[in-house]
Structures are given as C-alpha cells and as structure tokens.
Design a protein around this ligand. Structure first.
Ligand SMILES: Nc1ncnc2c1ncn2[C@@H]1O[C@H](COP(=O)(O)OP(=O)(O)O)[C@@H](O)[C@H]1O
Ligand SMILES: [Mg+2]
Length: 375
C-alpha cells in the first residue's frame, strides 16, 4: 500500500504527484494539519521550513503524533535553520525548486527513520478493583477504540496469564501465546507480529498461555523484554492486568504510562481500590498515573455517587461506563463485538479519546468538509 502523506502550506506542490506516495490532504493552517494528523491515517507530512512558524508547527505535530515522518522544504539549506528543524522533529529536507524524485527519496528516508524510532509509545494498564469489575471488557474495547480512533496499530496483552479471557471475548483461537514469546529469548518487532492475532481494526492480540503450567513458566525478566519490544513497536499498548499484584504484575505496571483502575460503586470495590492505590504508590508509582473508571454504572441504585468517589480519591473519574449486562454478556459469550452505537462502547470510546489526548485536537472540526471528511 502506498504511504499516505499530507502536504502542509506548500502551494507549489498542489496537484503534483509524488512517485510512490498518495497525497491524502493539503492543509494550510496549523489546526487543519493537527486535525488531519488525528483523523487521517497519515504516514508523513511535507511542510515549508521557510515559513516563520515551521518549528512551532512541528513541535505541535510531535505532541499529536510523535512518530510521524516529517520532510521539510527550504529555499536555502541554511545550517541553523536545518538544525532547528531537526530538533523539532524534521528528519529530512529537500531544497527549492522541489524535485519530486528527490522529495520521494527524502520521504523514503524519513519513513525508514521513524519506523525504527522508539518515540513516545503509550501503555495503558487496566486493573479491576475486585473480581468481575470489568477489566477484560474495558481493556478489550479500549484497544479496539484506540486503534479505530488513532488509526494506529494497537497491542492488546492478556496478562491474566492463568485465567485471562481476552481471546475468548474476541472469539479467537490463537496459535501462539505470551508463553511462546517468553521462551523465545530475544523479542523483536517481527516476532511480535508473528505471535499476535491481528484484527481487521489494527488490534494485535497477545493471548494468555494455553495452560496454567505454561503461565507459571513466564518469568518477570521475559515479560519485561516483551513489553519493551512492544513499546518499541506499537504506538499504543493496552494491558489487561491480573488482579493478583504479583512481581510479574508489578513489572507490567511499571511499564504503564497510565494505570486505569476499574471500580464499581460498591463499598468492597472502593475499599479495594484504596488498598490497590496504597500498594502501588508505596512501590513508587506516582498517584498521578492512576485513573479511575467506574464500570457497570446504574443511576440511583446505590448510596454511593460519582462525586463521592471523586472526593474520596481526590481525583476526577476518567469515564463512567454504564451497566448493560445483556449486551456485554452476549458479546463476551459469542465473541461478537458490541455494536459501535452501544452505550458501553461509546463510554469506552470517550475514555480512549481522553487517554490518547485525541479529544483536544478533535475540537473545531468545522473545516473537515474541505478535506472531504465532513461525515
Ligand atoms: N458495563 C458492563 N455492564 C454489564 N456487565 C458488564 C459490564 N462490564 C462487564 N460486565 C460483565 O461482568 C462480568 C465480568 O467482566 P470482565 O470484563 O470479565 O471482568 P474482570 O476481567 O474484571 O474479571 C462479565 O460477565 C461481563 O459480562
Ligand atoms: Mg478478566
């Protein structure tokens, strides 16, 4: 498939075709470009380095899509300008007047460089406060929603190695599991690709071992190197964590950019949430990495409210997922995903947008029709 690129603020390239690439957007203002980055499946951006705000634009781009390949176009190959551009994330440049073959060569090079980059991958761990809180349901749909929203490959690891149900929830019968990865020695991107089951939406599922015995054979050091390789390979990684806070779970939590605790509005769940937060902060993971998500929420059915939870834990609840036992149970049982308009999925979609920062940049979409994206 040809790489998809966006041309930013380069009138001279309008209507030109770049050999081997497809131009999916032409943008002129920064906000347009940022929205294109989050809403289109872009591989690279070509922009004008001679524009006064070029460095600022590239820094903003990096916040939205840290791994995007960037090629600059400039009239003068001025060393200071090129160094500033490089520091802002531009890895290749070409000079005016633009030769399209030279631009294609620069794009090829820039894409190769970003492919090898380990930049800012995010790992979201999901941990249930009590058994059945909904960790597997939320982790599974979180990965699906992130892959769909960000249009990026997203890894989903079932780290409930003994009893995990991620593969079943998606009706998969994986050939390889995390146990195979753990016994492989060196783990790299090619091996990760081979050991996962890839869904059409871009989620790469890493299933729990086939047997409990094999689960017991997974060692902490092996898990650490699997997660490091995943960090280097995927822009987003979601971990369905086991409830038992073993050294293995601790190693996984250490890898998390953010840890999502799934709570229910019940006294045992809230007590357990406090115990988990205490244990994790005592281990040195800062409390600010912890997010609370209320699952199976039904209005006016308990004395406990969202506001009480926020007050008790001194933090805002990231998302409230409604209770819909029939839909969730049927989906998990049949392996058929919840339909997109289902309220549980919609709440998890919102949560995915908040965790990835998609929300911030999706505001002000009024120019989208210009790009043919209005619906
Ligand atoms: N939002 C929800 N509404 C209704 N039922 C839910 C919801 N989330 C999870 N469940 C149900 O709760 C049970 C446990 O969910 P699961 O995701 O396996 O939890 P965990 O992994 O924390 O043990 C499942 O039967 C599932 O159908
Ligand atoms: Mg589970």
């Amino acid at each position: 498939m040809p790489n998809r690129i966006c041309i930013h603020n380069l009138r001279e390239l309008c209507g030109q075709s770049i050999p081997g690439y497809v131009v999916v957007a032409n943008t002129t203002v920064q906000q347009e470009l940022l929205t294109a980055l989050t809403s289109l499946e872009l591989d690279a951006v070509v922009l004008d380095l001679d524009e006064a705000n070029a460095v600022g634009t590239m820094l903003k781009m990096r916040e939205v899509k840290p791994r995007i390949a960037v090629v600059g176009v400039t009239a003068e190959a001025d060393a200071r300008r090129l160094i500033n551009a490089q520091r802002a994330g531009c890895t290749q440049a070409t000079v005016r007047p633009v030769n399209l073959d030279d631009l294609a060569a620069a794009l090829r090079q820039a894409l190769g460089q970003t492919g090898a980059s380990e930049a800012a991958s995010q790992t979201f761990g999901v941990l249930g406060s009590v058994g059945g809180a909904g960790s597997t349901t939320i982790a599974t749909y979180l990965a699906v929603e992130i892959a769909t929203l960000m249009r990026e490959a997203t890894a989903l690891f079932d780290l409930d190695l003994e009893g995990g149900g991620v593969a079943e929830a998606l009706d998969l019968t994986p050939q390889y599991t995390i146990a195979d990865l753990a016994s492989a020695g060196v783990v790299d991107s090619a091996l990760l690709e081979k050991a996962s089951t890839v869904l059409a939406n871009g989620v790469h599922v890493f299933a729990r071992p086939h047997t409990i015995l094999a689960a017991h054979g997974v060692e902490e050091a092996a898990l650490r190197s699997i997660l490091q390789a995943a960090h280097n390979t995927f822009p987003y990684v979601v971990l369905d964590l086991p409830r038992h806070l073993s050294p293995l779970a601790g190693a996984a939590i250490e890898h998390c950019t953010r840890l999502v605790l799934v709570v229910q509005l019940t006294v045992p769940s809230l007590r357990s949430t406090q115990r988990i937060i205490d244990a994790i902060t005592a281990e040195g993971l800062s409390g600010k990495h912890i997010e609370l998500v209320v699952n199976r929420y039904r209005k006016n059915t308990t004395n406990c409210t969202i506001e009480m939870v926020e007050r008790q834990f001194g933090r805002r609840v990231l998302a409230v997922v409604p209770s819909d036992f029939k839909s969730v149970h049927t989906a998990l049982d049949s392996g058929q995903p919840l339909v997109r308009r289902n309220a549980v999925r919609a709440a998890i979609r919102e949560m995915a947008a908040r965790l990835t920062g998609f929300e911030e940049h999706a505001k002000g979409k009024t120019w989208l029709p210009k790009l043919g994206l209005g619906n």
